[in-house]
Write a protein that binds this ligand. Structure first.
Ligand SMILES: Nc1ncnc2c1ncn2[C@@H]1O[C@H](COP(=O)(O)OP(=O)(O)OP(=O)(O)O)[C@@H](O)[C@H]1O
Ligand SMILES: O=C(O)[C@H](O)COP(=O)(O)O
Length: 396
């Protein structure tokens, strides 16, 4: 992999700054609604504690001004439960209180510092050399001996706790980071045929992935669904109706032109839905292509499309999923997601990227994937062949 890992770190008795990504959905009362990302880091934290580390754990939650911008107190309690080992919470990140809390740690103890994004500089993006000069980095550098970045899901952010600390402190990839890079950077070694299911609502991201993997010859088939599939359907010359078109152009005014360009260059590899599902009088109604346009938005693929896509996965060497095929949050429109993702789990090898995509699997109880990434944007960046800022600095 070419970057130092926990295997290269002599932990015992040292103070280790550990960046994790436990940014999670919160419920209406601001409490953790899903702890999958906390679970993911248990291995790294447990290993460092078992090896006698004193851990100063750094993380963010939400974005300033957003609904999910919150303190990490609840996260500390939950992490402690998952580790079966108390984690102290400190309501400061790099002030004297925070540094005192770090200095007071004994071997095998951990403190979770407050949401890094409570400080404005942590919500800005800097080149690493500038990030290394921020207050957060300046104040924390003297109190840690080493830095471990396990925050794969934030590895696409060039922020102080991600790229600044490793410029000043000996740094290592944690186990989550190591495994994510191992799997997602080596897509070309996975069995063929390699089938990508691209759905969801982030149409521009799906186009980026499609273009990159088709150009690099990585994809044998692309199964389009969700709002992305609707855009391809429109690009193939079908009048999908105003509500679906508006939903697409609200997100990306040039989506249909981009889909047309992809179809004209790689049409034989791109599958487009053959039916869709809309809501009528509160019910799911399936509509074949020849019955379009309709006056309601297409919120799922239809049963024929789901069955055809499931068939493609029957013989797939590798299934790569990004973006759910329908509005799975509503049971009426979860059919496509259940069928297509259910079939993908049976492929010889399967990889899932995207926060909502992973959430759809948990919600629908679909299991059996080889790798469910903790990352959304970070996983996409890797799938499109880009280097991640967090990884670049670990390499140096
Ligand atoms: N036909 C559709 N119309 C509108 N929304 C849809 C449709 N199909 C799927 N979605 C919505 O797409 C959303 C997820 O899409 P997105 O592209 O954000 O997935 P993701 O990449 O897994 O998530 P993230 O980027 O947050 O990590 C879901 O909330 C789902 O309801
Ligand atoms: O959820 C994510 O994708 C990561 O935690 C990064 O969060 P951000 O998109 O708010 O930077």
């Amino acid at each position: 992999m070419g970057i130092p890992t926990l295997d290269d770190l002599a932990v015992d008795g040292t103070t280790v700054g550990v960046r994790v990504d436990i940014n999670s959905p919160l419920d209406e009362d601001g409490r953790l609604a899903d702890d999958a990302r906390l679970h993911a880091h248990v291995g790294t934290l447990q290993e460092l504690l078992d090896r006698g580390g004193k851990l100063a754990v750094l993380a963010h939650q939400g974005r300033p001004g957003g609904d999910e911008f919150a303190t990490l107190e609840d996260h500390a309690d939950r992490l402690g439960e998952l580790l079966d080992h108390p984690i102290t919470y400190c309501d400061a990140t790099f002030s004297t209180d925070a540094r005192d809390a770090i200095a007071a740690l004994d071997s095998g103890e951990a403190v979770l510092l407050e949401n890094t994004r409570f400080y404005s500089e942590e919500y800005m993006e800097f080149p690493p050399a500038e990030a290394a000069e921020t207050f957060l980095v300046d104040r924390l550098t003297p109190v840690v001996d080493a830095f471990v970045n396990d925050a794969f899901a934030a590895a696409h952010r060039s922020q102080p706790s991600i790229v600044g600390l490793p410029m000043r402190v000996d740094s290592y990839a944690g186990r989550v980071m190591e495994r994510e890079l191992d799997v997602l950077s080596n897509i070309e070694d996975t069995p063929r045929p390699r089938v990508y299911a691209l759905g969801g609502a982030k149409i521009a991201d799906a186009f980026d992935v499609a273009e990159s993997v088709l150009e690099r010859g990585l994809a044998d088939e692309i199964l389009t669904s969700g709002m992305t599939g609707n855009a391809f359907l429109a690009a193939s010359g079908v009048d999908i109706g105003e509500p679906s078109m508006d939903a697409i152009t609200d997100r990306d005014a040039t989506a249909v032109e981009q889909a047309e360009a992809l179809l004209s260059e790689y049409g034989e590899k791109i599958h487009v839905p053959e039916d869709v599902a809309v809501e009528r009088d509160g019910e799911r109604v399936e509509v074949g292509i020849d019955e379009l346009p309709v006056d309601a938005p297409a919120l799922d693929v239809g049963s024929d499309t789901a069955a055809a896509y499931a068939d493609v996965f029957e013989t797939a060497g590798t299934a790569i999923l990004n973006g759910p095929p329908g509005v799975f949050e509503e049971e009426r429109f979860a059919h496509g997601t259940r069928e297509i993702f259910g079939a993908a789990a049976n492929a010889e090898y399967s990889i899932v990227g995207g926060g909502d995509t992973a959430a759809s699997l948990r919600q629908l109880g679909i299991e059996g994937f080889d790798h469910v990434s903790t990352g959304g944007g970070a996983a996409l960046r890797l799938l499109t062949g880009d280097e991640l800022p967090a990884v670049e600095v670990l390499r140096e």
